[in-house]
Design a binder for this molecule. Structure first.
Ligand SMILES: C[S@@+](CC[C@H](N)C(=O)[O-])C[C@H]1O[C@@H](n2cnc3c(N)ncnc32)[C@H](O)[C@@H]1O
Length: 197
């Protein structure tokens, strides 16, 4: 198949990775706010390289164990701190500016679907993430809409983000308008003007 005809964007998660590749440099500090099985943590750890650092958070012990096992297996443990903690408290662990914070909302695949991100805690965590962004830092939020509460969470995040001054943060929504089965939506934030509010 000709490259021009390939589906290059695929889904919100894939676009979040494409954008992360544009924003993150070797040696950067970044956060995975919802590490789950550790796939995004591994992706970020490879992007920042040996000199970089990744903080990975999850509220579930099961996710922390999976993520630690995966990063050990890939030889990336020295550059990753996996924290068993609610992402609302990420500022207690990260003491320096970061260039990217990645949120992949919803529940742990294969885990207890009742333990899911929620509007209030996601907004609190997002506020913390914005506070930790360095100059020209970015945040990606992959928002799933097919599970109970997913659409409400996306709506609450959008309402919160719509109130942020446009000279402080650029806020973008990317949706797949013609995909079936409740495609995930990507919210993207970029800090502007050196982040002065
Ligand atoms: C869709 S999964 C993340 C997938 C993951 N990024 C990966 O690559 O496998 C969402 C994760 O968010 C976690 N989570 C839910 N509420 C949270 C909270 N308040 N703080 C931190 N993690 C939370 C869940 O436990 C779940 O593992």
């Amino acid at each position: 198949m000709n490259a021009a005809h390939r589906n290059i964007y695929k889904n919100a998660l894939n676009i979040s990775h494409l954008l992360a590749r544009c924003r993150v440099k070797t040696g950067d500090r970044v956060i995975d706010a919802t590490c789950g099985q550790g796939h995004d943590t591994v992706f970020l750890a490879e992007l920042v390289g040996e000199e970089g650092r990744v903080w990975a958070f999850d509220i579930q012990a099961e996710a922390v164990v999976s993520t630690r096992a995966l990063i050990e297996q890939r030889g990336l443990a020295a550059r990753v701190e996996v924290v068993h903690e609610d992402h609302r408290f990420m500022d207690r662990y990260v003491g320096e500016p970061v260039s990217l914070v990645m949120f992949n909302l919803g529940y742990l695949p294969g885990g207890d679907h009742r333990i899911s991100t929620a509007p209030r805690t996601s907004i609190d965590a997002l506020e913390k993430a914005i506070g930790l962004l360095g100059e020209a830092g970015s945040i990606t939020l992959v928002c799933y809409t097919g599970h109970p509460g997913g659409r409400e969470e996306l709506q609450a995040l959008k309402e919160y983000l719509a109130g942020i001054p446009q000279n402080y943060l650029e806020v973008i929504e990317i949706s797949f308008l013609n995909q079936l089965n409740n495609p995930a939506v990507l919210l993207l934030l970029n800090k502007l003007n050196g982040g002065i509010r």
